[in-house]
Ligand binder design. Structure first.
Ligand code: MN3
Length: 198
């Protein structure tokens, strides 16, 4: 299955001022496009042609770094665009909120832990809400790595590569993470992934 860059699910300026059209023009049209283009080149002859994206991510981890980096980043960004929406943030849907309180203590603690995971990821990477063995946890990974390769299902992720926030926030990664959580998260999409994984 060849990788394909889909259009954003909203207009380029839909998340301004929290994430600008200029950021999306670089992040979606150039960075994500490069993962798709390079991933397709590296997929040829890898033995993983014809597999699903999830299978390619898991199958290349640890043995084909070039393909893994591009396939995993394609997977991460496909979801990342959908993990945000205009007028996002706000109330977490009931069943997911109950699970967060049960597994992670409280919504406030989850918010603090998620932001802290993004802040403390040294260099490029992602912070995650993941479902693993039926339980939610907050994790972080370097570069393109994601919870799929650690036996988890990624329910929510935030990109902390500088290309995701430097145009709008410069070096203020914490401000970006707070805006992501409070004003950009598409909880309905997170809920959909949670229901599919539960
Ligand atoms: Mn990115």
């Amino acid at each position: 299955m060849a990788f394909e860059l889909l259009d954003l699910p909203y207009s380029y300026d839909a998340l301004a001022p929290y994430m600008s059209a200029e950021t999306f023009e670089y992040h979606h049209d150039k960075h994500h496009q490069a993962y798709v283009t390079n991933g397709n080149k590296l997929l040829e002859g890898s033995g993983l042609e014809g597999k699903s994206l999830e299978e390619i991510v898991k199958g290349s981890f640890g043995n084909n770094a070039g393909l893994f980096n591009n396939a995993a980043q394609h997977y991460n960004h496909l979801h990342f665009w959908n993990w945000m929406k205009p007028n996002g943030g706000g109330n977490i849907p009931g069943a997911l909120e109950a699970k967060i309180i049960s597994d992670l203590g409280s919504v406030e603690k989850f918010r603090a832990d998620f932001i802290n995971a993004g802040m403390t990821q040294f260099g490029s990477g992602w912070a995650w809400l993941t479902l693993i063995d039926g339980k939610l946890s907050v994790t972080k990974t370097a570069n393109g790595e994601n919870p799929l390769v650690h036996g988890g299902v990624p329910l929510l992720g935030v990109d902390v590569w500088e290309h995701s926030y430097y145009i709008d926030y410069r070096n203020a990664r914490p401000k970006y993470l707070e805006a992501f959580f409070d004003d950009m998260i598409n909880w309905e999409y997170v809920e959909k992934l949670f229901e599919a994984a539960s």
